[in-house]
Design a protein around this ligand. Sequence first.
Ligand code: PBG
Length: 325
Amino acid sequence: MAFPQTRLRRLRKTGALRDLVRETELRPHHLVQPLFVALAQDRPREPIDAMPGIDRLSISAAADEARQLHDLGLPAVLLFGLPAEKDEEGSGAWDDEGVVQLATRAIKDACPDLLVIADVCLCEYTSHGHCGLLRSDGTVDNDATVELLARTAISQARAGADMVAPSDMMDGRVGAIRSELDADGLTDTAIVAYSAKMASAFYGPFREAADSTPSFGDRRAYQMDGANPDEAVREALLDRDEGADILMVKPALPYLDVVRRVKDATRMPVAAYNVSGEYAMLKAAAAAGYLDERAAALEALTSIRRAGADIVFSYHAKDAAAWLQ
Ligand code: PBG
């Protein structure tokens, strides 16, 4: 018998053959673009230093951007808001005339078919930058925060958000948000739960973008220890049982094993968030001439899909959609 009988290289020829046997697809409809919308800014677009290519948008610039993203085949945007003023409680989050509520209405008017996912958290709205209500000892009060998060989600859903995405990591918030939405007749509003959100160094550029760096301490008392994949699966199962429609793992690239385990344990729709630091690393390497941005970004996004993510939230979504046309 001639050696080798099996030649895996037979199917690797560039073109139709290679396409025919590709196991993982990456298409624009798998991608979601996060947008930063700001109420009090002079210009329609303000660049974010650590995230080249991503701007803070005024409400009308966000509506324009949404139309372009929809034309590129993206199904959804994720909205983060920067209020005109912050306070101790983060009351801008549940203001019916707040930044995310206004942006949601403007985007749904401009582009009704594009899904709006509203991020539910208080850290962009609190003067201290923590994700919830502080007790006098400086710790975050879980149960009091959950009430404010539910109030925020209702206000966003009433403004027209198709989905709400709690990213705060308080215990019990998915169940509370689900019951409050249902009690308000908002039974079709879906919940994308940031189930396994790690305390991560990769959120740095986001905190510049959203002006949400905690003024003291860190988020380790509520965000997960990245070393704990079993706990990540428990978080995912709890969120599923509390009524989450989609489960998210965040960040993505340093946690691909967690994406796979959550997918296998739940068989639910799973999202992974390719976060600001992952984007910034690639941008910096590309700017220095060390990496081919397009090839590296498409490879990274494909690897997140391969790990088991049905949906990838990424700052590269818009570029990737254009590259994939
Ligand atoms: C807020 C929130 C954060 C991100 C999404 N929602 C930051 C944080 O927890 O500090 C990070 C997203 C990114 O880095 O792209 N709770």
